[in-house]
Ligand binder design. Structure first.
Ligand SMILES: *[C@@H]1O[C@H](CO)[C@@H](O)[C@H](O)[C@H]1NC(C)=O
Ligand SMILES: *[C@@H]1O[C@H](CO)[C@@H](O)[C@H](O)[C@H]1NC(C)=O
Ligand SMILES: *[C@@H]1O[C@H](CO)[C@@H](O)[C@H](O)[C@H]1NC(C)=O
Ligand SMILES: *[C@@H]1O[C@H](CO)[C@@H](O)[C@H](O)[C@H]1NC(C)=O
Ligand SMILES: *[C@@H]1O[C@H](CO)[C@@H](O)[C@H](O)[C@H]1NC(C)=O
Ligand SMILES: *[C@@H]1O[C@H](CO)[C@@H](O)[C@H](O)[C@H]1NC(C)=O
Length: 379
């Protein structure tokens, strides 16, 4: 069981990338060829105690660049400004809130490389058997196709009605239990552009909990598009520590902003000092200028096994009423508006698809969200 740090761009709307091109032809799956293509030559490989192998791949050789879309792409090593007015030397030299991943115990990646979890044969076999969920049921609950989205249940806070250029938020870290192997539970932020009548683009960043059956979110769900520059954090790798019910609480900051003074790319920073990389501006149609909506919260894929709601948890698995240290929270919700400064939103709204299963309680800049899934009120 791992907690993933995932980054997604459902790009169906842009027509640029199909997340599942790799796994589209189940019958013809040529595992060895695929592995060779996915696993780039490593300058160094590190064995993680959990069995994963982390390859330190040259930054210019990262899998995202296989896509023809990146043919002429010049890699950006830093954005032109930081929304908190910091210099990037200040950011990278911050010593607090070190993020550790298990593989760090056995080594670090050298300069000019990025760490990538090596894809194994069984990841591909699993991925191909669950490819349909990646394609059909992944979180586009905001689209108009209700059939695709029937099983995605959210409990979120959102802002809209303005032009947004980014967000910062602190997310409480939990490890929700997942009942079925092809379900997932995420705690994340969404940056959305366009609307139901135009092309909808989105950026998603946050935690994703999957079962080990669906591991490999990096390949399956986290479509190519994100250019990583950070050599310390593996996307899709598990993070520690995790909060304890009625005990110690852990949290992580996420900051996404559009580099409107530079190339227009959308940059991601995790924690106080990890500049992770960016989604190139040119990937997007409706996010090319600004975002029209920002959402924060949880999303669960409920497979409704045997006609019953599953007991897959969202957040801590406890309802918002339980409050601090028992219910999961997002805090310090901030947005970046046209002034390029982080601000608290003036007004925000809530949506809970099935409040008896997963609910959300908003206090403007902070909220609690989550729930246990199946219970007497959520049969
Ligand atoms: C790359 O540059 C060439 C020459 O300028 C151009 O013809 C081509 O369309 C570009 N490809 C992409 C994917 O932008
Ligand atoms: C959605 O699913 C229902 C029941 O399976 C079916 O009758 C309907 O045609 C579907 N709608 C679309 C738009 O696919
Ligand atoms: C969707 O976006 C387009 C372009 O920004 C706008 O003209 C249209 O009014 C929007 N539609 C809705 C329903 O908000
Ligand atoms: C999934 O995890 C369980 C418990 O850790 C383990 O017993 C099982 O072998 C794992 N399955 C696969 C396919 O890795
Ligand atoms: C939470 O912890 C406190 C102090 O350790 C204890 O008194 C209380 O019973 C616990 N509550 C629950 C619901 O576990
Ligand atoms: C969900 O939370 C809201 C407050 O945000 C509350 O008014 C509502 O009663 C809750 N719903 C359920 C079913 O608990």
């Amino acid at each position: 069981m791992t907690l993933c740090l995932c980054f997604l761009i459902p790009m169906a709307a842009t027509g640029i990338g199909n997340t599942n091109t790799i796994f589209g032809q189940k019958q013809k799956l040529d595992i060895q060829r695929q592995l060779k293509r996915l696993n780039k030559p490593a300058l160094k490989s590190i064995k993680s105690p959990d069995g994963d192998i982390i390859d330190c791949v040259h930054i210019k050789n990262q899998p995202a660049f296989d896509h023809p879309f990146f043919k002429n792409h010049t890699i950006q090593m830093r954005p032109s400004f930081h929304p908190e007015g910091l210099s990037f030397d200040d950011v990278s030299s911050k010593s607090e809130s070190q993020i550790t991943q298990l593989w760090h115990l056995n080594g670090r990646c050298p300069e000019e490389t990025i760490p990538i979890r090596r894809t194994k044969e069984e990841d591909l076999l699993r991925a191909s058997s669950v490819a349909n969920y990646g394609r059909n049921k992944y979180p586009q609950f905001y689209t108009t196709d209700t059939n695709e989205t029937a099983f995605s249940e959210n409990a979120i806070v959102f802002v809209n009605g303005d032009k947004y250029y980014g967000t910062k938020v602190t997310i409480n870290a939990w490890k929700p239990q997942i009942q079925e192997q092809d379900e997932f539970s995420t705690s994340q932020l969404w940056i959305l552009g366009g609307n139901a009548t135009t092309e909808m683009n989105s950026i998603v960043a946050g935690w994703m909990k999957q079962t080990n059956q669906t591991r490999g979110c990096y390949n399956l769900l986290c479509s190519p598009g994100f250019v990583q520059i950070n050599k310390e954090i593996v996307l899709g790798g598990s993070l520690k520590p995790i909060s304890v019910y009625n005990g110690s609480q852990y949290e992580l900051h996420f900051l996404v902003w559009k580099d409107i003074k530079g190339g227009g790319d959308w940059w991601l920073q995790i924690g106080n000092k990890y500049l992770m990389g960016y989604w190139p501006a040119s990937l997007f149609v409706s996010l090319s200028e600004s975002a029209s909506q920002i959402q924060w919260g949880g999303l669960v894929l409920n497979q409704q096994k045997n006609g019953q709601h599953t007991s897959t948890q969202m957040g801590s698995g406890h309802f918002p009423e339980e409050g601090f240290s028992r219910a999961s929270y997002f805090t310090n919700l901030q947005i970046i508006d046209g002034s390029n400064i982080l601000r608290f939103p003036k007004k925000s709204y809530i949506v809970a698809a099935k409040p008896n299963c997963y609910n959300v309680t908003n206090f403007i800049n902070n909220f609690y969200y989550g729930g246990p899934g199946r219970n007497p009120n959520c049969p």
